[in-house]
Write a protein that binds this ligand. Structure first.
Ligand code: A2P
Length: 351
């Protein structure tokens, strides 16, 4: 990569932001300067090796080529258009812009060509659970033509950011100290456990509710799996049956999939397609702990359905902070630089 860009990282003090800064370093992103942004609370704080945290103000957001946002939907709705108006291309990790028809929703290995048309100066990074399943489903779609899938997620606490992991970590010693009561008196034990981020106490538990009600008994998190998958794979009538579940894992989202194809899938061909896909590894029994801190999407338990010859069952795992958020955003930024999309825009804005 030859160009050298001025890059803003908005939400730099958060769980995804911290991983973003380390990935930018690891991958030697060609930035002339990286400026961290966060809320007023963190302004002035020094981030080692990066610099002083800036607040979002009209006079601090000028002169950037790329701004990567991971600071929540409200911040993105307000500040992404302002960065774009000031000449930057925004890569946004929130859900604020994902379904806007002018905004490309991109998984770097799956649909990078969508970056040819960036309306509003904003590119959206998919939801971390959708992100994990897109590479394997794209590999299988190219081989057998995907028609529908059932997805049951096992999502880590870190999907709710640093506060999600902190809440889980705080509950573990309290419940562990009274673990005998978890055997026969769980209800009264967890009634006294504080929880704000997750829908119920998460330690030693499983919570089949993630997000807000979105109609017909589904949550908004579940509808993201439906709508984002259709947009990324460009299959407008793809049928998706989603259930999202929070599990007491720090990092690493898992998803059990039953995927149904137009063409009857051959198992060896499916394995070959998955192994040939960039950044996908086949692992017989993958676990989230094994893939935390890693870039690859792991696919295991690949089986033909017992009753439907057109369906496959598979278990997918992706680190929600890396490929599920920070890594994909950095990969998009790399494509913007490599394909000189960012240079063209900076020149047009008179930088
Ligand atoms: P701060 O650390 O100052 O609160 P997480 O997803 O781990 O909770 O991180 C959220 C990130 O978004 C943090 O960097 C947080 O900064 C940042 N953030 C939250 N609200 C705002 C805001 N209104 N303006 C800018 N950054 C924000």
């Amino acid at each position: 990569m030859s160009a050298s860009v001025r890059l803003a990282v908005v939400g730099a003090t958060g769980a995804v932001g911290k991983v973003m800064l380390s990935i930018l370093g690891e991958r030697e992103f060609p930035a002339s300067e990286i400026v961290p942004f966060a809320s007023e609370r963190s302004a002035g704080r020094l981030i080692d090796g990066v610099g002083e945290v800036m607040p979002l103000r009209d006079d601090t957001i000028d002169g950037f080529d790329i701004a990567i946002f991971s600071a929540g939907g409200g911040t993105s709705r307000e500040w992404a258009p302002r960065f774009a108006a000031a000449g930057a291309i925004v890569v946004d990790n929130s859900s604020a812009w994902r379904m806007d028809p002018q905004v490309p929703l991109v998984v770097s290995e799956v649909n990078p060509r969508a970056l040819a048309q960036i309306g509003r100066g904003i590119v959206a990074n998919p939801n971390c659970t959708t992100m994990a399943i897109m590479p394997p489903l794209k590999a299988l779609h190219d081989a057998f033509v995907l028609r529908e899938f059932v997805a049951t997620s096992f999502q880590a606490a870190g999907g709710a950011g640093q506060k999600g992991m902190d809440e889980l970590a705080a509950q573990i010693p309290v419940l562990h100290a009274a673990r005998e009561r978890l055997v026969d008196d769980g209800a009264s034990l967890i009634a006294g456990i504080e929880h704000r981020v997750h829908a119920a106490p998460l330690a030693f538990n499983v919570i089949p509710w993630l997000g807000s009600p979105a109609g017909d008994g589904y949550t908004d998190e579940e509808l993201k799996l439906v709508n984002e998958s259709r947009k990324i794979l460009d299959i407008p009538d793809l049928a998706v049956s989603p259930t999202c579940v929070r599990v007491p894992v720090m990092v690493g989202h898992s998803v059990e999939l039953r995927a149904t194809f137009e063409r009857e899938p051959d198992l060896d061909e499916a394995i070959a397609a998955l192994e040939a896909f960039p950044n996908v590894v086949v692992d017989p029994v993958p676990t989230p702990a094994r893939y935390a801190g890693r870039d690859e999407i792991a696919v295991g338990r690949l089986r033909r359905d017992l009753f439907d010859p057109h369906s496959l069952n598979l278990f997918v795992i992706g680190d929600n902070l890396r490929k599920g958020a920070a890594l994909n955003a950095v990969q998009i930024a790399e494509i913007l630089v490599e394909q000189r999309i960012v240079v063209a825009r900076a020149a047009a804005a008179g930088h």
